[in-house]
Design a protein around this ligand. Structure first.
Ligand code: DX5
Ligand code: ZN
Length: 216
């Protein structure tokens, strides 16, 4: 089992991103998680590509891009041009998920598929073998700092069984409400990658918090 940590830029200081990105570069984190919203798929808007171009230039860690937008494939080239490591699309936002997954891989990125809290793991049965990452939302997407939905632990365990029983290689990533306590339980349930926004950026010592999350 991997133990990856991906701090979420959504909780960084938007008034001055450079010190936070410097902290990320010096930290033990594995990826920087980037939340893109459109105000349609989720009831919020975060940041767009003109801002992210500068983030990508300043950040030395691989970018894990989470698209909370309808028809995410429309922005495949923009995500690729950022130099993103992975592109995560919501199953609820893609009519032709199989095609989108192939397009992401053809563009040279890792293909991630994300499930909202109410979407069952079984929706992945026909596609899980093609995926590099499955991300489970542990909150309803759109905002940082929400409460962890405990049911996610059971969902992670079921997804772990699905992936292992098929010999598939997808990493299990969890996004929303992750902190030391929920993070430990998620690793125990079989998660590989923890996304943490407020737990990292609102900590007294973000570098230490990343270290703790990596070593739970
Ligand atoms: C929420 C985003 C998350 C968010 C998590 O829609 O997808 O990545 O930044 O924030 P926390 O860790 O504060 O729940
Ligand atoms: Zn996210």
């Amino acid at each position: 089992m991997k133990r990856f940590v991906a701090p979420s830029l959504l909780s960084a200081n938007f008034g001055n991103l450079e010190p936070d990105l410097d902290m990320i570069n010096r930290s033990e984190c594995d990826w920087l998680h980037i939340d893109i919203m459109d105000g349609v798929f989720v009831p919020n808007i975060s940041f767009g590509f003109p801002v992210l171009k500068h983030v990508a230039r300043l950040c030395k860690k691989p970018l894990d891009v989470h698209l909370m937008i309808v028809r995410p494939e429309k922005f495949l080239n923009e995500v690729k041009d950022l130099g993103a490591y992975s592109m995560n699309v919501h199953v609820e936002a893609c009519t032709h998920l199989h095609r989108v997954v192939q397009q992401i891989k053809d563009a040279g990125m890792k293909a991630g598929v994300t499930l909202n809290p109410a979407t069952p793991v079984s929706v992945l049965e026909e596609v899980v073998e093609d995926l590099d990452i499955v991300m489970l939302m542990a909150v309803n997407p759109g905002f940082g700092g929400q409460k962890f939905i405990t049911h996610t632990l059971d969902k992670v365990a079921r997804l772990r069984r699905m992936i292992d029983s098929r010999g598939a290689g997808a990493l299990i990533e969890v996004d929303g409400g992750v902190n030391r306590d929920t993070g430990r339980r998620l690793y125990e349930a079989g998660a590989d990658v923890l996304v943490a926004g407020s737990a990292v950026f609102h900590a007294q010592d973000p570098l230490e918090e990343i270290h703790v999350l990596k070593n739970l």
